[in-house]
Each structure stands twice: as structure tokens, then as C-alpha cells.
Design a protein around this ligand. Structure first.
Ligand SMILES: NC(=O)c1ccc[n+]([C@@H]2O[C@H](COP(=O)([O-])OP(=O)(O)OC[C@H]3O[C@@H](n4cnc5c(N)ncnc54)[C@H](OP(=O)(O)O)[C@@H]3O)[C@@H](O)[C@H]2O)c1
Length: 145
């Protein structure tokens, strides 16, 4: 299977690549590279650029995308709401739209649980937007590994 992994240089992405590249072709993306290997190909770009993201999807044609890219610093998300929204909401919409059109599957590693803990203000707006976009409006299947 051809598996796209976003956030591939991160803690979770690196582990996933190490395990899944033993039996699958991995199309990895983040702004910087991590693990390299025979079944791993990298594209480094900023996911919040929709044209780059769409180009990556169209060119690599993944059967499955494991979307791990995230900003895990909650304070940073609060101070940079538009960026956090762009990375957590809009990228997932672009990926899910592509996969819906092409019969692929999405595993989204949602930061919602992490962001929800005792948060108010901008982060609540982000969570609400995320939930509407992913779970209600698109009826997206959310699976956790
Ligand atoms: N690690 C854990 O134990 C754990 C546990 C439970 C849930 N989670 C969830 O799993 C997800 C990933 O966590 P993690 O620990 O792997 O985080 P992490 O190590 O901080 O990795 C985040 C990844 O996102 C990428 N990224 C961030 N902004 C980007 C952008 N604008 N364009 C492209 N890539 C971007 C980073 O790559 P570059 O900076 O190279 O672009 C990096 O590869 C999060 O939602 C987290 O809440 C993690």
C-alpha cells in the first residue's frame, strides 16, 4: 500500500515510518526530513500552502494518509490562531477532499484531546471549527492508532 504520512519528521511520524516502511511504500512529508530508506520518499514543504499540499497528493497518489502534522504547543496555537487553524483544519479538509474524490482513506491523529484540556478562548474556537469540519460536516471517519 502507498501510505502518505504528514508530520513525518515528528515524534509520531518518525516511529510510523520506521515500522510501516518495512511492508509499505511511504510518501513522507514535513518541512524537514527524518528517517530515510528504500521504501521512503520525501517531499519537504509547508503544509499550510494549499497548492503544495494538493500537488503532493496529486503526484504521490496515496491510498491512505496518516495525518500527524500538528503544532503541539498550545500557547503558540492560542497566540497564532490563524496558523493553527490553517494547519489543523484547512490541511485536513484538503487531504480529506482529495481522498474522498479518489477513494482513499484518512487516519487523522487529532490534537483535539490534547488541546481541549482546560482551554478557553481561541483554542475553543479551533476545537469547535475542527469538530464541525472533520466530524460533522464532512462526516469524516476518525480513527486513532
Ligand atoms: N507524541 C506523542 O506521544 C503523542 C501522543 C498522543 C497524541 N499525539 C498527537 O500526535 C500528533 C503528532 O504529535 P508529535 O508528538 O509527533 O508532534 P511533533 O513531534 O511536534 O511533530 C509535529 C510534526 O508536524 C510537522 N509540522 C508542523 N507544522 C508544519 C507545517 N506548517 N508544515 C508541514 N509540517 C508541519 C512537523 O514537521 P516540521 O517542523 O519538520 O515541518 C513535525 O513533523 C499531534 O496531534 C499530537 O497531539 C502525540
Amino acid at each position: 500500500m502507498k501510505i502518505g504520512i504528514t508530520g513525518a519528521s515528528g515524534m509520531l511520524g518518525t516511529e510510523l515510518i520506521s515500522h510501516l516502511s518495512k511492508s509499505h511504500q511511504i510518501i513522507a512529508t514535513s518541512r524537514t526530513k527524518s528517517v530515510e530508506g528504500r521504501h521512503i520518499s520525501w517531499s519537504c514543504f509547508d503544509l499550510t500552502e494549499p497548492a503544495s499540499l494538493s500537488g503532493w497528493l496529486e503526484n504521490s497518489k496515496p491510498d491512505l494518509v496518516i495525518h500527524c502534522a500538528a503544532i503541539v504547543n498550545v500557547e503558540f496555537c492560542e497566540e497564532n490562531f490563524d496558523l493553527a487553524s490553517s494547519l489543523h483544519v484547512e490541511t485536513t479538509q484538503v487531504i480529506s477532499d482529495y481522498l474522498n474524490r479518489n477513494g482513499g482513506r484518512l487516519i487523522y491523529i487529532s490534537p483535539i484531546q490534547f488541546l481541549t484540556v482546560k482551554r478557553k478562548g481561541p483554542i475553543q474556537r479551533l476545537i469547535s471549527l475542527t469538530q464541525q469540519t472533520f466530524m460533522h460536516r464532512l462526516n469524516l471517519l476518525v480513527k486513532l492508532l
